[in-house]
Design a protein around this ligand. Structure first.
Ligand code: NDP
Length: 321
């Protein structure tokens, strides 16, 4: 037996209860991993709240890092004692998880457990957004929202390393300081965004917006784009964007809109290796800093969700079993 967070039904953060449960067993091609740290991600608040359908009782979590303690039949390339992480796990709010060996990321020496748990989901998201959804070029101007958030801080650093100009939004002065430290060129509040962006871009607008805030920012994001600019809506921290009339893209200057998700940008082993190794290498070489804003005991998953949804967190939020 071991401990895991189990939600008996959909609801507020209080449904996240620490319970004693059977330790999972690795099936064919799977690793049993003793979790050192679990990554908390916004999607788990949608799942817990019943906005994204999942089956209850439910243990959230798709991101974690830890040590392999056993391997299932047919596993090659991993053995007990290896350090691994994943962005594609299940039920990671737990002391032990099983991970498909094909979806495990070997953790290089020199990367701490907390950084290993913080990089996979938000890091590979930032990576696919700027390399594959919209390949950002040096000299382009980019607008990103929630610049002190988990994805936001990584996105800004990767964009600056690319040579882009980064305009970002935040809601507090503390968050502004963090966004500037990550390299953002311009840090704005959400009020008056469109006129401020147009002023900063000589009336032209930005080449691309990466918008994970959704409902509250979508219209301003579109209005901040240059002609033929691209709107990448990758999340809805403020709520889902309502139905959308495509004709608006024409009227606003022949714009593009896309709504990507990480799973579609991790299609095979090569893609997984490309994204994760570039991120781990960037951390090891000092080119990318991972900011763990809060690490809660696993039992306090409820508090982690409360704080994330109340906009109280910055950077990566972790749970420690
Ligand atoms: P963050 O750490 O960025 O937290 C969310 C931030 O959004 C808040 O800190 C807050 O920053 C901002 N925000 C603005 N309005 C609201 C609101 N009404 N309620 C809550 N937060 C608000 O979270 P993550 O980095 O984990 O995720 C960012 C977004 O990216 C989420 O929407 C998530 O679902 C999405 N995502 C999408 C993926 C994909 O592949 N499509 C993969 C990973 C994440 P501030 O106070 O500064 O405004």
């Amino acid at each position: 037996m071991s401990q895991a967070i189990i939600a008996a039904q959909a609801g507020g953060p209080e449904v996240l209860q620490l319970k004693e449960t059977a330790t999972p067993e690795p099936g064919d091609g799977q690793l049993l991993v003793k979790v050192a740290a679990t990554g908390v991600n916004f999607i788990e608040t949608y799942q817990r709240g019943g906005i994204y359908p999942v089956q209850f009782p439910f243990t959230p979590g798709s991101e974690a890092a830890g040590e392999v303690v056993a391997t299932g039949a047919g596993v090659e390339g991993y053995s007990a004692g290896d350090r691994v992480a994943t962005a594609e796990g299940k039920a990671c709010y737990a002391e032990y998880i099983v991970v498909d060996a094909a979806k495990a990321l070997p953790v290089p020496d020199g990367i701490t457990d907390q950084v290993a748990a913080a990089i996979p989901l938000q890091g590979m998201t930032a990576h696919y957004l700027i390399n594959s959804t919209f390949k950002v070029q040096a000299g382009q101007t980019v607008l990103t929202h929630a610049g002190a958030g988990g994805v936001g801080l990584l996105l800004t650093q990767l964009l600056k390393a690319r040579g882009a100009r980064v305009i970002t939004t935040v809601s507090t002065e503390e968050k502004e300081t963090l966004a500037r430290k990550a390299g953002a060129d311009e840090v704005l509040g959400y009020e008056g965004l469109v006129s401020n962006v147009h002023e900063l871009t000589g009336g032209v607008g930005v080449d691309v917006v990466f918008d994970g805030v959704g409902k509250a920012t979508f219209d301003d994001s579109l209005a901040s784009l240059r002609k033929r600019g691209t709107m990448v809506l990758f999340g809805g921290a403020s709520g889902p964007v309502p139905e959308f009339d495509l004709q608006r893209l024409n009227a606003a200057g022949s714009l593009y809109v896309t709504r990507p998700k990480l799973a579609d940008y991790l299609l095979d082993a090569d893609e997984r290796k490309w994204r994760s190794s570039e991120l781990f290498d960037a951390v090891l070489s000092g080119g990318l800093t991972v900011d763990v804003g809060a690490a809660y005991p696993l039992a306090d998953a409820k508090q982690a969700h409360t704080d994330l949804q109340a906009r109280k967190t910055t950077g990566k939020v972790l749970l420690i079993p």
